[in-house]
Design a protein around this ligand. Structure first.
Ligand SMILES: Nc1nc2c(c(=O)[nH]1)N[C@H]1C(S)=C(S)[C@@H](COP(=O)(O)OP(=O)(O)OC[C@H]3O[C@@H](n4cnc5c(=O)[nH]c(N)nc54)[C@H](O)[C@@H]3O)O[C@H]1N2
Ligand SMILES: Nc1nc2c(c(=O)[nH]1)N[C@H]1C(S)=C(S)[C@@H](COP(=O)(O)OP(=O)(O)OC[C@H]3O[C@@H](n4cnc5c(=O)[nH]c(N)nc54)[C@H](O)[C@@H]3O)O[C@H]1N2
Ligand code: SF4
Ligand SMILES: [Mo]
Length: 759
């Protein structure tokens, strides 16, 4: 098929056969089921799969970019080696020899901690990353592990870990059954939801209102989601925890708290009441920018609702009080009997890979924080990693343990992490940088070697992460749409090879042996769990039952079989297996979310910890923020419809719209600062200064300006021909890396004091 704009009917009229494949979209957390029509190696069309058990035909326009991504001539198809400023394509053999030489040389001279790894966001949308990054990290044996989690959801994970005992035991707002939904710092109509897997949020929110429910949005910007809401209130950035405390204070003070069924499963109710006392609506109103009477009314309406839910996301996470905010949202749910209750915050029961379905139900080790500290600023480790905001200083600061080599897997920290200029300079000084990445971009231009993954249409998919966060329990596996190009390894094979090299096994060790080693580890760990259906069984026996599968399919089949719906290797007739999913290309619906407390808990006490000590200890910092002078202007972030973080800007279908990298400014601020629509403004922070086009809009709260992240594609040496034409500016140049949220290590991406002047 020569003309990629032809329809299925036109292709078939020419006598060419088309084939339909069903694929879970790997581009965002909504996990829509797609129907992909192909002719030969070409994509003819991408549509929503109407028979999909979860998305029922929905898709957004980003999905169409999958076709452009597959075809993008700038997407790398062979390993790249840099010599000075020159890049050349290399064979895989040559690239691996060079990877081994570079990495082992750093390890021999400086030890293992001199090699850092940074894992980016697309790893959670990819079985390769989901299953093989852990053994890769183990093989590396370095302290220096970093990921996009500390630019994103880490506060949610810490709060959930402290309250419920599992970092992925995060309550999901039951949007389809709630009758009051309070949204803070999220714009799911644009982002399609995050830590809330629910395709087609627009219809779901409209349905909420159609059944008489109420939608309230708190955001410093009147977003698309806010425009759909019954009420929107501007809130000053970073003040969500204060406002949630004031709601909780009101619930206690007015006798509206009703923990109901949860009473016997809670610890810390009195401590929470006491902690909330100083935060009356009057005490916080002026700082939050929301009137006391409005806060009080919100508390009462929430209490009156049958099924109140709360949802907070990146604006409420990547900020000064992210962990307190996540905690207080769930604490508020608990006080209204809306936790683990239909229409409230519920815990999905995923078919595979969830920690909260394995091990002894109802009790566990809980979350341990700060087992080690970062070398330079002493930031505590969180879930086995250090904050991404520490990466630059760890590379720059000489001494024992200095990071001299970096491996990135699907990450673009040069654009996504704070203090971009400093980080770029540090990357440029590395002795070795190996990137497993699809593009020569703002980060990988500093690499010595880039190892490309196959096209997303050339790999299988199963959302091990997002079915743990979805509004319905479902399972869906999709095989690759196309075969890989000859010589192109699958991404898990690349990660395994890297693991072999780091483990000192040499680049030629057979992948089958490494893969079997990984599978044996996973199986052996499961057989040691007393409550597992395979407790005490022989690893060899289970391994042969999984033959001839290998790679991610072998691991996934195993996880499905020992999972809560699995056939348990003979224990449960008719239970799930990968083979069963292969026969259901539109997915398997495992039912609506059900109450799971106490079984879901893994806290040492076996209870919900409503007032965990590390969170109580952070309250004085929140109180102090009430007294602090507010900056005149605060910079926050946003997402645009036609973007996907930093990396899809090279695709024509996504740059055609009118989304842009403009500075949004309120009318009041524009008048005060002499800014005009369409003009240019200089934005200056403590660490950098840049010039961006201005959009004056009633959308913005006075005192707050907004820039999207993921732009700034004008870096020399990057190979992004389309993105370069729509470069935009990198907001993260303006964001300091000095401050982090103390509990989670999250970067402070949404509260940067800036000054703005016309140019
Ligand atoms: N100021 C500000 N900064 C932010 C945010 C914000 O709101 N404001 N948001 C933060 C958030 S939530 C996130 S998740 C991070 C994201 O931060 P990162 O994960 O660091 O960046 P991405 O933009 O997701 O870049 C993904 C990289 O993976 C590559 N890639 C794409 N597909 C594949 C694949 O299949 N395999 C491999 N190996 N590579 C692939 C791309 O080429 C790109 O280099 O950004 C954060 N940064
Ligand atoms: N189109 C598109 N979709 C995406 C992505 C993308 O880049 N583009 N990225 C994906 C990723 S990795 C993620 S993590 C999700 C994120 O999903 P969302 O959290 O929905 O992301 P945003 O659209 O950035 O919404 C954050 C909102 O927080 C507001 N905000 C900023 N600071 C504060 C604050 O202090 N308090 C409150 N209450 N609000 C604040 C901002 O104005 C903004 O409206 O989106 C995913 N989906
Ligand atoms: S909403 Fe997300 S998962 Fe669905 S089609 Fe769009 S990008 Fe893909
Ligand atoms: Mo994210």
């Amino acid at each position: 098929m020569d003309d990629p704009t032809m329809t299925v009917a036109q292709v078939e009229a020419q006598g060419q056969a088309t084939r339909m494949s069903y694929l879970t979209c790997p581009l965002c957390e909504a996990t829509c089921g797609l129907e992909v029509a192909t002719a030969g190696r070409a994509v003819v069309s991408i549509r929503g799969d109407r028979e999909d058990v979860f998305s029922h035909g929905y898709l957004c326009h980003t999905a169409a970019a999958l076709k452009a991504l597959d075809a993008d001539p700038d997407r790398l198809r062979a390993p790249m080696i840099r010599q000075g400023q020159q890049w050349r394509e290399a064979s895989w053999d040559e690239a691996w020899a060079e990877v081994e030489r570079l990495l082992l040389s750093v390890i021999e001279r400086h030890g293992r901690n001199a090699v850092a790894i940074y894992l980016g966001n697309p790893n959670v949308h990819n079985l390769a990353g989901l299953l093989y990054n852990t053994p890769l990290i183990r093989a590396l044996r370095s302290r220096n592990i970093y990921s996009a989690s500390t630019l994103d959801q880490m506060p949610k994970q810490v709060a959930a870990g402290l309250m419920f005992g599992g970092a992925f035991t995060i309550p999901i707002p039951d949007v389809d059954r709630c009758d009051f939904l309070l949204i803070l710092g999220a714009n799911p109509l644009v982002s399609n939801g995050s830590l809330l897997t629910a395709p087609n949020m627009r219809d779901r929110l409209r349905a909420l209102r159609a059944r008489g429910g109420k939608l309230v949005v708190l955001d410093p910007r009147r977003t698309r989601t806010a425009q759909e809401a019954d009420e929107h209130h501007f809130i000053q950035p970073g003040t969500d925890a204060l406002l949630l405390f004031a709601i909780i204070q009101t619930l206690f003070a007015e006798g509206l708290a009703r923990v109901g069924r949860l009473a016997e499963h809670l610890n810390g109710l009195d401590a929470l009441r006491e902690a909330a006392e100083p935060f009356t609506p009057e005490a916080v109103a002026s700082v939050c920018g929301v009137e006391a009477e409005t806060i009080r009314r919100m508390a009462r309406e929430l209490a009156e609702a049958q099924h109140p839910a709360v949802y907070s996301r990146i604006g409420a996470c990547a900020q000064e009080f992210g962990t307190l905010t996540s905690w207080l949202g769930d604490a508020r749910n608990s006080l209204l009997g809306a936790l683990d209750h239909e229409g409230g915050g519920m815990f999905p029961k995923a078919a595979a890979g969830a920690r909260n379905t394995s091990g002894a139900p109802g009790r566990g080790r809980g979350l341990r924080l700060g087992r080690t500290q970062s070398r330079v600023r002493g930031a505590p480790e969180v879930l086995g990693e250090f904050p991404a905001a520490c990466l630059a200083e760890e590379m720059e600061t000489p001494g024992e343990g200095q990071v001299r080599a970096l491996i990135t897997v699907a990450g673009n920290p040069a654009l996504s992490a704070p203090n971009g200029d400093r980080l770029a300079a540090a990357l440029a000084g590395l002795e070795a940088m190996i990137c497993v990445d699809a593009y020569l971009n703002e980060t990988t231009r500093h690499a010595h070697i880039i190892l490309p993954p196959p096209s997303p249409l050339e790999r299988s998919h199963y959302d091990l992460a997002f079915y743990q966060l979805s509004t319905r329990n479902i399972a869906r596996y999709s095989p690759p749409v196309f075969a890989r190009a000859p010589g192109q390894p699958d991404e898990w094979e690349t990660l395994l090879r890297l693991m072999g090299i780091l483990a000192g096994q040499g680049r030629d060790v057979p992948l089958a042996a490494l893969d079997e080693y990984v599978a044996r580890q996973v199986i052996a760990a499961e057989t040691r769990e007393e409550t597992s259906p395979v407790a005490g069984r022989e690893v060899d026996e289970l391994l042969s039952a999984l033959a001839p599968r290998r790679g991610p399919e072998r691991l996934l089949d195993f996880m499905l079989r020992v999972g809560p719906y699995g056939e348990g290797f003979g224990a449960r007739e008719g239970g799930l297996t990968l083979a069963a999913l292969e026969e259901k290309p539109h997915g398997v619906d495992l039912g609506a979310l059900q109450p799971r407390i106490p079984e879901v808990l893994r806290t040492p006490s076996g209870k919900i910890e409503l007032a965990p000590e590390p969170l109580l200890a952070d309250i004085p910092r929140l109180r102090a923020s009430l007294e602090r002078p507010r900056p005149e202007l605060t910079l926050i972030g946003r997402r645009e419809l036609r973007t996907n973080n930093s990396w899809m800007g090279n695709l024509e279908p996504l740059v055609k719209g009118d989304d842009s990298c403009a500075l949004l400014v309120s009318e009041a601020d524009a008048a005060r600062l002499g800014l005009s629509e369409g003009g240019q403004a200089r934005v200056t922070s403590a660490v950098a200064s840049l010039v961006a086009p201005v959009r004056v809009t009633a959308e913005m709260a006075p005192g707050v300006v907004s820039l999207p992240h993921g732009w700034g594609h004008d870096q020399p040496g990057a190979r992004l021909r389309v993105a370069r034409e729509h470069a935009g500016v990198n907001i993260n140049r303006l964001i300091p890396d000095a401050g982090i949220e103390p509990l989670s290590g999250d970067a402070l991406l949404n509260s940067t004091p800036v000054t703005v002047e016309p140019v």
